[in-house]
Design a protein around this ligand. Structure first.
Ligand SMILES: *Cc1c(COP(=O)(O)O)cnc(C)c1O
Length: 407
C-alpha cells in the first residue's frame, strides 16, 4: 500500500471528526481565556517564591483559575505533587481514615495505585492503616448500576473512586454521560459518599467535566493534558472547598495546608501550559483519530475507532504479536524530537506489574501529552498511544512508525 495515499485519504475522510475536535477546543479556549481575565493574570503572577512559599500570588491565582475552568469551588495545583499518581495517593490519604471504606466502581484501579491501596502488599498502603477496599467491575464497559446500588444500600462507603481512562486495560474509557448517570445514582442512594474521579487524560476532551455532573473531587496530572506540554511536573485536585482543603492539609501539614508551597520559578510554565492545553489536547485527539483510521486500514484492531466518541486522548492499537508492537514503538521513538537515536527496550518499570516498552522522546520525562506510546509485554500486545504537541508532528511520527511496521 502507498503510505502517502493512505494518509491523504485518511485526512479527507476525517474532516468531520476533526471539526468536532475543533468545536471542543473553541469551548475550552474561551473558558481558559475568561478565567485568565476574571482572575487578572499579570506579570507578577510569574514571580517566584522560595522557602515556605507564603503569599504566592501566582500560585493562588492559578488555583483560582483552575477552579473556574472546572466550575469548582476550589483547586490545588502544585508541583509538590510529583505527578498524577502522587496526587491520587495524597487525595486518598486526605479523605480516608482508619475504619473507612474505599470502593472502586470502575474495576481494578491504575497500576501505580495497587500498592497505595494495598491490592499489592505494601507497609505504607491504605490497607496497612486499616482502610478497607472493595471493587465493583464494569459490565460491557459501563458501570454495574444494580450492583452499585445494592452495595451502597448495605454498606457504608466513605469514598468511591471512578477511573475514567482505561489505563493498561482493554475496556473503553468512561464518557462524561456515564459519569453523570452513576453520580446521580450514588447521590440518591448514599448522599454522604464522596465521589472521587481519576480524571487523567480526560481533561478538555468532552464538553463537561466530572465536577459539573455531580462528582465531588477530581484529580489529574500536569504531565498530561492540562500541563499543555509546558508544565515540568505536578498535578491538580479540584472540587468542593472542604475536600480540597483536606487534601492540602495532607500534602503539606495540618495547620498550614494550602498556605505553604514555594513555586520556585515554575508559575509561568503552569500558566502557559494551561493556556495552550485546549490546542494541545485537540492536536492529541486529531493524532489519535488519524492513528485509529490508518492502523485500522492496515488491518490492526484499534480502540476507539476513528469515529467513536472519545473520553480521553488514549489510542489503543492491538498488534497481536510482540514483534509488531516493538517495531511500532521503536518507530514512534525514532520520530521523537528528543532521543530519536535511542532504541526503546522492555523494562521493569516501578509500580507496574509486567515489563513495559515505552517510546517517550519527550522534553519532559514521562510526559504523555507529548506523543508517547507504550505497552505492557503481554498478549494481546496492545500499544497505548497518546499525545502530540501539534498535529503535524503527530502525523509525521505516525507515518514513520507505520513505515517501520510494514517494512
Ligand atoms: C497516567 C495515569 C495516572 C498517573 O499519572 P502520572 O502523572 O503518570 O503519575 C493515574 N491514572 C490514570 C488513569 C492515568 O492514565
Amino acid at each position: 500500500m502507498d503510505l502517502n495515499n493512505l494518509f491523504i485519504e485518511a485526512e479527507n475522510a476525517l474532516q468531520e471528526e476533526f471539526k468536532k475536535v475543533d468545536r471542543i477546543e473553541a469551548i475550552y479556549s474561551e473558558k481558559v481565556m475568561n478565567a485568565f481575565h476574571k482572575n487578572n493574570v499579570q506579570e507578577a503572577c510569574f514571580n517566584s517564591t522560595t522557602g515556605y512559599g507564603y503569599s504566592d500570588l501566582g500560585r493562588d491565582t492559578l488555583e483560582s483559575i483552575y477552579a473556574d475552568v472546572f466550575n469548582a469551588e476550589s483547586a490545588l495545583v502544585r508541583s509538590q505533587f510529583i505527578s498524577g499518581s502522587h496526587a491520587l495517593n495524597v487525595t486518598f490519604f486526605g479523605l480516608l481514615r482508619p475504619g473507612d471504606e474505599l470502593l472502586s466502581i470502575s474495576g481494578l484501579p491504575y497500576d501505580t495505585l495497587h500498592e497505595v491501596i494495598g491490592i499489592k502488599e505494601n507497609g505504607s498502603s491504605l490497607k496497612s492503616f486499616g482502610i478497607k477496599y472493595s471493587q465493583i467491575d464494569l459490565v460491557n464497559d459501563d458501570f454495574n448500576y444494580d450492583a452499585i446500588k445494592e452495595y451502597l444500600t448495605n454498606n457504608k462507603v466513605k469514598v468511591i473512586e471512578i477511573q475514567r481512562s482505561k489505563g493498561y486495560s482493554t475496556r473503553k474509557s468512561i464518557t462524561i454521560d456515564k459519569v453523570a448517570n452513576v453520580a446521580k445514582l450514588i447521590k440518591e442512594v448514599s448522599p454522604e459518599t464522596i465521589i472521587m474521579v481519576d480524571n487523567c487524560y480526560c481533561e478538555f476532551v468532552e464538553e463537561k467535566n466530572p465536577i459539573e455532573v455531580g462528582c465531588d473531587i477530581c484529580v489529574g496530572s500536569l504531565i498530561k493534558n492540562l500541563g499543555g506540554g509546558i508544565a515540568p511536573n505536578g498535578a491538580y485536585v479540584v472540587g468542593s472547598k472542604k475536600l480540597v482543603d483536606l487534601v492540602a492539609e495532607r500534602l503539606s501539614l495540618p495547620g498550614e495546608g494550602r498556605e505553604v508551597g514555594p513555586t520556585l520559578g515554575i508559575n509561568k510554565s503552569l500558566y502557559q501550559g494551561l493556556y495552550l492545553a485546549p490546542s494541545v489536547v485537540a492536536s492529541s485527539l486529531k493524532t489519535a483519530i488519524l492513528t485509529s483510521y490508518a492502523l485500522e486500514k492496515l488491518n490492526y484492531k484499534v480502540s476507539p475507532k476513528y469515529n467513536e466518541i472519545r473520553a480521553d486522548i488514549v489510542q489503543n492499537i492491538e498488534f497481536g504479536n510482540k514483534d509488531d508492537l516493538i517495531k511500532y514503538v521503536e518507530g514512534i521513538q525514532a520520530s521523537s524530537p528528543v532521543d530519536s537515536h535511542v532504541t526503546p527496550i522492555p523494562w521493569d518499570m516501578p509500580g507496574y506489574d509486567d515489563q513495559v516498552i515505552m517510546a517517550a522522546g519527550c522534553f519532559t520525562q514521562g510526559s504523555s501529552i507529548e506523543l508517547s506510546c507504550d505497552g505492557p509485554i503481554r498478549p494481546p500486545f496492545i500499544a497505548y498511544q497518546q499525545g502530540s504537541l501539534t498535529y503535524n508532528y503527530g502525523k509525521l511520527s505516525i507515518k514513520k512508525a507505520v513505515e517501520k511496521l510494514i517494512k
